[in-house]
Design a protein. Structure first.
Length: 217
């Protein structure tokens, strides 16, 4: 299978197509750096004490896991009730399910990463005042960590520790049915909203692991 077939194609224009791909290091660097800068700004320039920044940061991080779940469930898996909605769903997420081994589309491309960072920090600043920077820092750390977890699940064999559960959970979403297991960085909200999948061990064991082994051999 050619590399083009492995990644699929979203747009005819080669320049626009190129903008849909990125190396995982780019968005990770952008989001972790922006998060660190927001926390530093809160403490050094706004004079918010560490004791106040810490809970704001942690609340923002947990809040991200809820947004991750809701967006994955209701936006990325929106019903394709019209050709337009089907196209939007495919561009946002369907292409990933069709080509789960395509490492170039496991995160937002750089241009969108910058826009998303600015929008979220700006939104939290407007809605929460000075506290929004620390909260936004936690939110963006949650987002970067989600990207790291998602990339690792698709690119590497599952570890032999407690993190293996995340590999299994996401494998079930891809290979046992995409109507459950919407949490990637955490299964917390699948428990809360009743979307935990059945424990189908045979389907969840090693689908990504086998592919990753082939890629890294």
């Amino acid at each position: 299978m050619s590399s083009q077939n492995k990644s699929g194609r979203l747009f005819r224009n080669p320049w626009v197509e190129a903008l849909t791909k990125t190396h995982i290091a780019v968005p990770l660097s952008l989001f972790y750096a922006t998060s660190s800068l927001a926390v530093w700004y809160s403490i050094v320039h706004l004079g918010i004490g560490v004791r106040s920044v810490a809970p704001l940061f942690l609340t923002g991080l947990v809040f991200f896991t809820l947004i991750e779940y809701l967006v994955h469930r209701h936006v990325y898996h929106m019903p394709a009730s019209s050709p337009r909605r089907a196209r939007i769903q495919y561009v946002f997420h369907g292409v990933h399910h069709e080509h789960p081994r395509d490492k170039s589309r496991l995160a937002l491309p750089p241009v969108l990463s910058v826009v998303v960072s600015a929008l979220f920090i700006g939104l939290f600043r407007l809605s929460m005042g000075a506290s929004g920077f620390a909260f936004g820092g936690g939110f963006l750390t949650g987002y970067a960590t989600y990207l790291l977890v998602h990339y690792s699940i698709h690119a590497y064999r599952p570890p032999k520790n407690f993190l293996r559960a995340l590999w299994k959970h996401h494998n079930l979403h891809h290979f046992a049915g995409d109507t459950s297991a919407f949490g990637v960085s955490s299964p917390l909200w699948d428990h809360v909203f009743g979307t935990m999948p059945d424990d189908q061990r045979a389907k969840a064991d090693q689908p990504f692991a086998a592919a990753s082994g082939a890629d890294h051999s």
